[in-house]
Design a protein around this ligand. Structure first.
Ligand SMILES: NC(=O)c1ccc[n+]([C@@H]2O[C@H](COP(=O)([O-])OP(=O)(O)OC[C@H]3O[C@@H](n4cnc5c(N)ncnc54)[C@H](OP(=O)(O)O)[C@@H]3O)[C@@H](O)[C@H]2O)c1
Length: 293
């Protein structure tokens, strides 16, 4: 009898989605979809043989899937960037930095999460839909960080009805935001002391209170960087494309280190996404030691 071929990535994605969905719908934590096993110490694993690409997809998403099973909220950020660290040209054009595999990955993250978060810069320049149209899976609630209400009410996310949309603004703009979008769609939070930035722990708490536990911070650079600076991300996926933009919108900017020994060096894994390389940074683990010559 001919051996059955091992499952391809297309067969693994529905399993990943099923793990995330089970948690979302409150199914007994002991329950896992067929083809997957769970061990308290090591988390989810695929049962039986599988091909390399399918295993790689599962390995990439496993930290997020294990987080779903453990029931705690988590947040993952992403930036698709060039080799020279840009996420768009100086005019704001980012279509497209990454190849199709990178775009599919972004849509998969949307589908695994309860909320997809973007900053006012991205919403103004791209007028995105933030849906999961490239993969099977549910749309997440869209969350816009727009402290000063500069994104027009005509933006797609407020009007297309494809998924719920929440607006996060400064508490000084609450009344205006509620008049424009309705109180149910508005989260108003305080700014950080001596900063124009909103306090992101308060944003995360408000989203959790609405049942949105798994957060995907999709961009752009200012927004993701601020989540890193305020220690509100568990993992960061940097998808590096073999392209040079030559100056443009900056990607990640973190606190500058004076000496290399002080630079952030989180544990990292790499995955090939077509011609791009995804760096998965574990921002909750102990930093790696500085390399010794
Ligand atoms: N390659 C990629 O993966 C990717 C992904 C998404 C977007 N993009 C591109 O990135 C560019 C936009 O990125 P960007 O970095 O300029 O802007 P952005 O991160 O999209 O938005 C930044 C703005 O959002 C608001 N904001 C975000 N976090 C905030 C916080 N914690 N507190 C207060 N306000 C907050 C602020 O609005 P105010 O300025 O009103 O204060 C801030 O200036 C576009 O060109 C887009 O196409 C690329």
């Amino acid at each position: 009898m001919k051996a059955r071929p091992p499952p391809a990535p297309e067969a693994i994605w529905p399993l990943c989605l099923a793990i995330a969905q089970r948690h979302r719908s409150g199914v007994d934590a002991a329950d896992v979809p067929a083809g997957v096993v769970w061990h308290e110490a090591t988390g989810h694993a695929l049962q039986g043989s599988t091909d390399h690409a399918a295993q790689a997809l599962f390995d990439l998403l496993k930290p997020l899937l294990d987080g779903c099973r453990r029931g705690a909220g988590w947040a993952v950020g992403q930036l698709g960037q060039s080799l020279d660290g840009c996420i768009a040209t100086h005019t704001g054009d980012s279509c497209f930095v990454n190849g199709p595999e990178g775009l599919v990955h972004v849509h998969r993250l949307r589908a695994l999460c309860d909320a997809v978060i973007v900053g006012a810069g991205t919403a103004s320049l791209d007028n995105p839909q933030l849906t999961t149209r490239r993969v099977p899976g549910p749309n997440a609630t869209r969350v816009l960080l727009d402290p000063s209400l500069r994104v027009p009410a005509s933006a797609r996310i407020f009007n297309d009805g494809l998924a719920p949309t929440l607006l996060v603004c400064g508490d000084d703009r609450r009344a205006e935001a509620e008049a424009r979008f309705g109180a149910a769609r508005v989260i108003a939070v305080a700014r950080r002391a001596n900063s124009r930035m909103l306090a992101l722990p308060a944003v995360v708490e408000a989203l959790h209170a609405r049942g949105l536990q798994r957060l995907f911070v999709e961009g752009g650079g200012i927004t993701v960087s601020e989540f890193v600076r305020q220690d509100c991300l568990d993992r960061l996926h940097l998808i590096v494309a073999p392209v040079l933009i030559g100056g443009g919108q900056r990607g990640l900017t973190v606190q500058p280190a004076t000496a290399m020994r002080d630079a952030l060096r989180p544990p990292a894994r790499t995955f090939a996404l077509g011609g791009d390389v995804l760096w998965d940074l574990d921002l909750r683990a102990a930093p790696m030691p500085n390399p010794q010559p």
